[in-house]
Design a protein around this ligand. Structure first.
Ligand code: ARG
Length: 298
């Protein structure tokens, strides 16, 4: 079974090097300690088998410590929570996961991928933890376990400076951009199919990141981008005068948490680190630091 894991780790490592422009990596994946693991005859031969193994009750903590690295799955187009600083992944979630890695005595490796793929990647064993400004939802709870809440947010609108759009109702008939698979995407999709925007002619356009959506807004191909508050604020501050932020949120507040595989023994470790960082104010400090670090980066 560990052989399969090692192969997955190696594949994920190659992926992360390609996708993230190279982040710290160890040679842990080459360590072959699979020799006498029992009961692996059927599972070891298929990649699907390894996905079951990831949530089959084996200790995640022991496996991570043996591998020497904690693999964080994310999408780096979401400042200040995750972004590329020069060539390296950075952000609030990266720092939180680095603290968790430190607690475990291992290195952190960040895998940058499409946001709508992170849950599948976790469940199929391509990483240990999702740190992606991810909102707790009922649907996601079917697939993963969430940590305690470490941040509260909501959906905001990014608008051209002269826009008169001020509320959800004003999105009637408009062309709306979102990041694929996010709560903003799901919220607007719901409003168009069965809510305030139903039959108004409003259209939804999906993008790989909020940043890409905002480029289309700048180019006049969209009327509005719907995105989480802090990333929206960051994009606006990077485009001062060319974009503005809505005065308030257009949905109810959302709770960010880290995600691990169901039943993982990583969860108590994650919650312990989070509790410490919430209590001593580090999370607030990180939000401030990374907000400033990305404010005029464009
Ligand atoms: N909070 C939103 C959600 O859970 C957006 C998260 C997007 N995160 C990212 N790293 N791109 O759907």
């Amino acid at each position: 079974m560990k052989k399969v894991l090692a192969m997955l780790l190696a594949a994920a490592m190659m992926f992360s090097l390609a996708a993230c422009g190279g982040s710290s990596s160890s040679s842990a994946a080459s360590t072959d300690a699979a020799s006498s693991e029992a009961g692996s005859s059927t599972e070891a031969s298929s990649e699907e088998g390894s996905s079951e193994e990831a949530s089959s009750g084996e200790s995640d903590v022991a496996r991570i410590q043996a591998a020497g690295e904690l693999v964080m799955l994310t999408n780096c187009g979401f400042p200040p929570f995750e972004y590329i600083d020069g060539t390296e992944p950075a952000g609030v979630d990266v720092d939180i996961c680095a603290a968790i890695a430190e607690e475990l005595g291992v290195e952190l490796r960040v895998v940058d991928m499409d946001f709508d793929g992170v849950i599948n990647a976790l469940v199929s064993g391509k990483g240990d933890i999702i740190g992606a400004g991810m909102t707790i939802t009922e649907e996601r709870l079917q697939s993963v376990d969430f940590s305690d809440v470490y941040f509260t947010s909501a959906q905001y609108m990014i608008l051209p400076p002269d826009s008169t759009i001020a509320s959800l109702a004003d999105l009637a008939g408009k062309s709306i951009g979102v990041q694929t698979g996010t709560t903003g995407d799901l919220f607007i999709d719901g409003e168009i199919s069965d809510g305030a925007l139903k039959d108004t002619g409003a259209t939804l356009k999906q993008y790989k990141t909020g940043l890409e959506a905002s480029l289309d807004l700048l180019n006049g191909r969209l009327d509005v981008v719907v995105l989480d508050q802090f990333p929206a604020q960051t994009i606006v501050s990077q485009n001062e005068g060319a974009l503005k932020l809505s005065d308030g949120a257009i949905n109810d507040s959302e709770s960010y948490a880290l995600a691990v595989n169901k039943g993982s023994d990583l969860l108590p470790v994650v919650n312990e680190v989070l509790a410490g960082m919430l209590e001593d104010g580090s999370i607030d400090e990180l939000v401030t630091f990374h907000t400033e670090n990305t404010a005029d980066a464009a």
